[in-house]
Write a protein that binds this ligand. Structure first.
Ligand SMILES: Nc1ncnc2c1ncn2[C@@H]1O[C@H](COP(=O)(O)OP(=O)(O)OP(=O)(O)O)[C@@H](O)[C@H]1O
Ligand SMILES: O=P(O)(O)OC[C@@]1(O)O[C@H](CO)[C@@H](O)[C@@H]1O
Length: 305
């Protein structure tokens, strides 16, 4: 089974308007309320790719109820720990530029932390556990370490798509897959990544530290993929951008769904990049047919140092 874990879910209030003027009253007439947060997006895309998953994490209040209901209506099993605190609403303004306003993550007490750890004990050998989205500093780092320890003990594949101090610490646990974007990769090494060469250099360092698969997503420039055996770049398909929110999460889902089917990391990488781009070209997350129509347009090259 695949479990996604979103410590900081959200409702993504997504609004389109021709021009956004900060400091003024702006009115929009096209709005969407999607359940969001990175692990939740991974579950939603997996479902669209006909792969079952269980969505875990913390959710509460009317927004938490909305998220759970929405996911269940899409056929996704949920097992969230109730927070009582209202789950955040993240504002995504789509205008000449994409502007995002993300709320803070929840405060989680020790009982709630333990409740989630108890749920994670259900992991079995070869299950997947995807810890995705921001990991708030209000929760002790030892909690995230405890999650990775359970994955290790149960021999589950641990996938990390997060940022900040928690990502730095969790790298030591040698996850199966991590998918930082350019900024997140730079953050790991206190540097800025300004070229694909840089991205390869630092991704290789992560592989040397024991991460098995490193994908660095580079927005419209595609992605790179480094393992002990592979160093590949993918050129993303061209298309008209509608909403890139969730494209990184779609990449993760596409990679996992194809890897499960083919056991071929290179094909999984291609399918993942197609999924990321398919989402960038849509208002909501990609559907299987969107991905399949783009797969052949993803060019994969070996990276030559
Ligand atoms: N402008 C674009 N054109 C084509 N493909 C895109 C574009 N932006 C993103 N993508 C696709 O989506 C993938 C992930 O994008 P990106 O690097 O922006 O992820 P991210 O920063 O993790 O996004 P998010 O956090 O919103 O999920 C890219 O590797 C690419 O395949
Ligand atoms: O604040 P975080 O947890 O870093 O990111 C949350 C978020 O921006 O990421 C998803 C897209 O990847 C959105 O659904 C959500 O609003």
């Amino acid at each position: 089974m695949i479990y996604t874990c979103t410590i900081t879910p959200s409702i993504d209030y997504t609004t389109y308007l021709p021009a956004f003027k900060p400091g003024k009253l702006n009115r929009s007439n096209e709005v969407y309320y999607y359940p969001g947060g990175k692990g939740i997006n991974v579950s939603r895309v997996l479902q669209r790719l006909q792969v079952k998953s269980v969505a875990l994490g913390f959710a509460g209040g009317f927004t938490g109820d909305y998220i759970k209901q929405f996911l269940q209506q899409e056929g996704i099993e949920t097992a969230f720990v109730d927070t009582h605190e209202v789950t955040r609403i993240n504002v995504k303004v789509k205008s000449e530029q994409e502007t995002e306003l993300n709320g803070p993550g929840p405060n989680i007490n020790q009982d709630q932390q333990q409740e989630l750890l108890n749920k994670i004990q259900m992991l079995r050998q070869n299950d997947w556990f995807i810890l995705a989205g921001s990991l708030p500093d209000s929760i002790p780092q030892s909690f995230y370490q405890a999650i990775s320890k359970i994955c290790d003990e149960k021999d589950a594949r641990f996938v990390l798509d997060t940022s900040g101090q928690a990502l730095k610490n969790l790298i030591q646990t040698k996850p199966f897959l991590i998918k930082p974007n350019q900024q997140e990769l730079g953050g790991l090494f206190n540097t800025s990544i300004s070229s694909k060469q840089d991205a390869f250099y630092y991704a290789k360092k992560l592989v040397d530290r024991g991460v098995q698969n490193v994908i660095v997503s580079l927005g419209g420039d595609g992605a790179i993929f480094v393992t002990k055996e592979l160093a590949l770049e993918a050129i993303a398909p061209k298309g008209s951008i509608v909403n890139t929110v969730g494209s990184g999460d779609s990449l993760v889902s596409g990679f996992i769904s194809s890897f499960i089917e083919t056991n071929d990391p290179q094909e999984a990488f291609r399918y993942g990049v197609a999924s990321g781009s398919a989402t960038a070209f849509k208002t909501d997350l990609c559907r299987k047919e969107d991905v399949e129509s783009l797969v052949s347009q993803v060019k994969i090259n070996s990276f030559n140092e």
